[in-house]
Design a protein. Structure first.
Length: 469
């Protein structure tokens, strides 16, 4: 029995069916979960539209001249937000339908309703026609999270919004206030800025993207300033209310920020309340997340969990892998425990920020023995052709073996480029072996190989030093 049809749930269902299990999946909101319906798929679709808009505005720098231009000589491109949002939601629905067809084709029983545990070996499905009791040898809980809200900033779906509600507005905001500079807030601030919306980004931290690679955040923050975004840093928002045709956000120090709309991007809460977990013997963390081990087992025998509700990594790719691992383990297939060090992630700003493995902070703090090299992309020929002047490739290796242990890429399509470094980390590839493999010329990936070449021959004397070339 699987509760939740997001990436953790539906990927687990597919593996369970592949291994000969009789699989039933319960979902009350739509297959794909938040990742497909309100989060990853729609937000990245919106970001893709904003990327087209950004390139259109810069096209005159490449010799493509629009006859119509604004007072600054920038091409005029009008955004029809109603059409954009309709397209985004249609794409999300199409993806959800594709998942449904795949599950049905593989013989998985789908129940529309809300699932809750009745002990470790039974699930109760609350459906439109009543309750159904479903016995289970194994249960996987993959119920995801929902947007966190502030007591004095309750969303109304019109002016005060969560990220799940943004796709219902039909007009371009006159000024969008984004509260929160984590991944979600930063991505939406970047996207709406590219669509031509004046942005005020409010952060309780002294910089955007706290906890990310410091060199990467410096690049992005400088670009935000350059693009005219208003950054209110080191200021915690405590209240948001409507006033006339706009909103007022009140900061902890008493200052007020005015806008037409506000996006509250202040984290998320796991959907683990009132679904019978503690009664079934499942231990929850103080945050409400389900405590799991590296093969997705909870504290209750036969009960597994996957996805954002575990608090391991809020990534669809991690949820999917946790779900697969759970089924491999439960049904006796070969399985490798989940390894955080091999997780690659991406922030879909412009430029994108992709990371994998060991971080700069790991090296600087001495938690990990390693050396690193940073190679700016400004001299890369492909970057010049794309009109890209900012960004870098950063590569870390062990000083004793030269094995690659981590990396950071700040570049267009960094999400595609990071895969080669992720493979190198997972397979413990040496910098020399990595550098000897061919790359295309010209390409941004060529700089990754070049960074590996720059690490050749460096000894342990360079331990904990950062080489900038």
């Amino acid at each position: 029995m699987i509760i939740g049809g997001g990436p953790g749930g539906y990927e687990a269902a597919l593996v369970g069916a592949q291994l000969g299990g009789e699989v039933t999946l319960i979902e009350d909101r739509g297959l794909g979960g938040s990742a497909v319906l309100t989060d990853v798929v729609p937000s990245k679709s919106l970001i893709a539209v904003s990327g087209v808009m950004s390139r259109a505005r810069k096209s005159n720098e490449m010799g493509l001249v629009y006859e119509a231009a604004d007072s600054r000589g920038k091409p005029l491109v009008k955004v029809d937000l109603m059409k954009v949002n309709a397209s985004v939601k249609a794409l999300a629905k199409a993806q959800s339908d594709d998942i449904r067809h795949r599950l049905e084709r593989d013989g998985i029983t789908l129940i529309e309703g809300r699932g809750r545990l009745n002990g470790p070996h039974e699930v109760i499905a609350e459906t439109a026609t009543g309750e159904v009791r479903l016995p289970a040898d194994y249960i996987l809980v993959s119920v995801g999270t929902r947007p966190r809200t502030l007591p004095d900033a309750q969303p109304d779906g019109e002016r005060i919004l969560t990220w799940a509600q943004l796709y219902d507005i039909d007009e371009i905001p006159e000024r969008l206030i984004v509260v929160g500079s984590g991944v979600t807030g930063t991505e939406f601030a970047n996207a709406y800025d590219a669509l031509g919306v004046p942005i005020t980004l409010v952060s309780s931290q002294p910089q955007v993207l706290p906890g990310q690679d410091p060199d990467a955040t410096k690049v992005l923050q400088a670009l935000f300033h350059e693009r005219g975004m208003d950054l209110v840093l080191g200021s915690r928002a405590v209240r948001a209310h409507r006033e006339g045709n706009g909103v007022v956000v009140t900061l902890e120090d008493g200052r007020e920020v005015l806008g037409s709309h506000v996006l509250m991007a202040v984290g998320s809460i796991p959907n683990t309340h009132d679904i019978g977990l503690t009664e079934a013997g499942v231990i929850l963390k103080p945050s409400g997340h389900i405590n799991v081990d590296r093969v997705s087992r909870s504290s209750a025998q036969g009960v597994y969990a996957a996805g954002d509700c575990t608090g391991v990594f809020p990534l669809a790719s991690v949820a999917a892998m946790q779900g697969r691992i759970a089924m491999w383990h439960a049904l006796g297939d070969a399985v490798e425990p989940f390894n955080r060090a091999e997780v690659s992630s991406n922030i879909f700003t412009n430029p994108e920020i992709a990371t994998v493995g060991v971080t700069q902070d790991d090296i600087d703090s001495g938690r990990v023995r390693g050396i690193g090299v940073t190679l700016p992309l400004a001299s890369n020929p492909r970057a010049k052709m794309l009109g890209f002047k900012d960004g870098f490739v950063k590569l870390f290796c062990r000083p004793s073996t030269g094995n690659i242990i981590g990396g950071v890429i700040v570049a267009p399509r960094a999400s595609e480029l990071i895969h080669s470094i992720a493979i190198a980390v997972a397979e413990q590839i040496n910098v020399d072996d990595f550098a000897h493999d061919f790359t295309v010329y010209p390409s941004l990936s060529g700089s990754i190989a070049e960074a590996a070449r720059r690490l050749h021959g460096h000894s342990i004397e360079l331990l904990n030093q950062q080489i900038t070339l």
